[in-house]
Design a protein around this ligand. Structure first.
Ligand code: GDP
Ligand code: MN
Length: 391
């Protein structure tokens, strides 16, 4: 789960992290009041959306006067902000964060994530702050310093020294850096965060380090332990189809390709996406209809997938264990009838009652439904169909 910058800053502040002073506003009037209450000389008005790259998209603006704060808030609220992380459709700005403007000395990048290969959290730091860290990682990976923190040992001063040396900090800066990091790392651990990203982490002219931006992601499976964090969820920022899927207990993630997938079991769903890619296609989604998929869940799956206008073909890949394939076949027919599936549906059913299922589908003889012998053939047919080739 993702939260807004203003929420992340408030949470980090409670752990003792040095964050910017600021306040969220839902309207132009609130924005002006917030700016006045902060009582500073100049402000930064920042659009609050669940995406980065706001600066370049026009969602981070400097304001010298209260009038300018008002003007910027008026411009941003209700605007559709497009950044490299939102996709073309952009995101509606419903809130702005009014922040004191700071005198930046130097910008750094700082991130904490779980490194699955090292099996421990890793703190990443770079002198290339403020910019796209993904670009730095590709073009100049040596500029990202990574330090793994063994959970049994915990964060130690030598970890901090290693990071500070890597960043080329002098003695005084290192002292300040060593004050900044521990509460941030504690917040990462205690909140079950999956990502903490401070970009930029700023060295102010007065020698202090401060989080100018803050991004926090949380492990969904740990949210039950943190009701106060779960309450920060902003559903209006999330993919509508994903929210609906969650209500039906379907595990759905929208992707950018054009081959829709309906699969039972997360592992089979992953390998289905892999095989689509191997055959030169791009999956439109991840969808696990669960171990005891019914005709109804399959129908719901079709509905969700077909809302995505990119979808040109659907691959149904079901392995019948507890699930009986004949039931799924009936589900496919019912769904095809109810929601007028227009795109080709390639079906691979294997396992319990697969033969009966094949008979049911053949007998129905619906022209969009194509039966594949195995998973490889199913992927090939689906990719071809999505390209518009006749199958
Ligand atoms: P993002 O573009 O969505 O990552 O938004 P950020 O919060 O990182 O802001 C983008 C950029 O605006 C930062 O990298 C800074 O260069 C600049 N910025 C933000 N706040 C301030 C501030 O208080 N003072 C100055 N001088 N620049 C700021
Ligand atoms: Mn940023």
């Amino acid at each position: 789960m993702n939260i807004h910058e203003y929420q992340a800053k408030k949470l980090l502040f409670n752990y003792g992290v040095n964050v910017t002073r600021g306040q969220v506003a839902h309207s132009v009037i609130e924005a002006e009041q917030a700016a006045e209450a902060l009582g500073c000389e100049s402000w930064i008005v920042k659009a609050q959306i669940h995406a980065g790259g706001r600066g370049k998209g026009g969602g981070v603006k400097f304001a010298r006067t209260l009038t300018e704060v008002r003007e910027q808030a008026e411009r941003m609220l209700g605007m559709n902000l497009v950044t490299h992380q939102t996709g073309e459709s952009g995101k509606l700005v419903q809130k702005v964060y009014i922040q004191e403007a700071y005198n930046i000395g130097k910008e750094f990048y700082l991130g904490i994530v779980l490194d699955r290969r090292l099996e421990m959290p890793v703190i990443m730091a770079s002198t290339e702050g403020g910019v796209d860290i993904e670009t730095v990682a590709v073009e100049t990976p040596e500029k990202i310093i990574k330090v793994g923190i063994d959970p049994i040992i915990g964060l130690q001063s030598y970890h901090l020294r290693k990071l500070a040396y890597g960043l080329g900090l002098d003695k005084d800066q290192m002292k300040e850096f060593s004050k900044f990091i521990p509460p941030l790392f504690e917040a990462y651990l205690k909140t079950d965060a999956s990502l903490v990203e401070i970009n930029p982490l700023v060295l102010l002219k007065n020698g202090e380090f401060i989080a100018l931006d803050a991004k926090l992601n949380f492990d969904d499976n740990a949210l039950y332990r943190h009701p106060e964090i779960a309450a920060l969820r902003d559903e209006s920022e999330e993919e509508a189809a994903e929210l609906e899927a969650a209500r039906y207990e379907l595990s759905y993630v929208k992707l950018d390709g054009n081959v829709g997938c309906i699969v039972n079991g997360a592992g089979l769903a992953m390998s289905t996406m892999d095989i689509i890619k191997q055959e030169g296609g791009e999956p439109a989604n991840f969808l696990d209809v669960g171990g005891n998929a019914s005709a109804e869940t399959v129908a719901r799956g079709f509905e969700l997938i077909l809302r995505d206008k990119n979808v040109k073909a659907i691959l149904v890949n079901i392995f019948g264990g507890i699930v009986r394939c004949d039931r799924i076949a009936n589900g496919i027919l019912e769904a095809a009838r109810l929601i007028h599936v227009q795109v080709p549906v390639i079906v691979r059913l294997d396992g319990t009652n697969a033969a009966e299922a094949g008979e049911i589908l053949k007998e129905a003889s619906i022209k969009q439904i194509i039966i594949a012998r195995d998973m490889r053939e199913a992927a090939q047919l689906a990719v071809q169909a999505a390209k518009g080739d006749r199958v």
